[in-house]
Design a protein around this ligand. Structure first.
Ligand code: FES
Ligand code: FES
Length: 161
């Protein structure tokens, strides 16, 4: 039997403590152990960005981290963006209004990439947005609607009281 390690994390403000195998990927921990399936797994190689979450506020790829590496850290997944079903995060509202998704598979990773990015660069140009999401692969949209949604999200965040 494999040796396990105790980890404690906070995800979207809720504390969790589990015994995990050292080989367990953080993405699999979030989805299968904690049960938050909004974080998607596309490539498992750090290429597609679908598994992007925030670790202490920074966007990271949870498919190329181990769950044990998250011990003691604060994580935010896409489920942590909206306070409830009726109060979407401004970035989620923008993706809805600007048709920034089709199948939605890439969307959680793009949203979680944009959250810290728009905090650092609240008024980006289209070129800067394209650069910021260049590590997030979408097979559906052709990117224009995603870029439009990101620019709309920046406007919404800036006009937020
Ligand atoms: S699943 Fe993590 S980058 Fe593709
Ligand atoms: S909306 Fe389908 S992969 Fe991006």
């Amino acid at each position: 039997m494999s040796q396990t390690h105790s980890i404690q994390v906070r995800i979207n403000g809720t504390p969790y403590a589990h015994e995990v195998e050292p080989r367990l990927l953080l993405a699999d921990y979030i989805r299968q152990v904690v049960g938050l399936s909004g974080t998607h797994i596309g490539c498992e190689h750090g290429v597609c960005g679908a598994c992007t979450i925030l670790l202490d506020g920074q966007a990271v790829r949870s498919c190329i981290m181990l769950a044990v590496q998250a011990d003691g850290h604060e994580l935010t997944t896409v489920e942590g963006l909206a306070q409830d079903e009726k109060s979407l995060h401004p970035i989620q509202e923008a993706f809805w209004e600007a048709h920034g998704l089709q199948c939605g598979f890439c969307t959680p990773g793009i949203l979680m990439t944009l959250v810290p990015y728009l905090e650092e660069n609240p008024n980006p140009t289209e070129t800067e947005v394209r650069d910021a999401i260049s590590g997030n692969l979408c097979r559906c949209t052709g990117y224009q609607h995603i870029v439009d949604a990101a620019l709309l999200a920046a406007e919404k965040l800036q006009s937020k009281p």
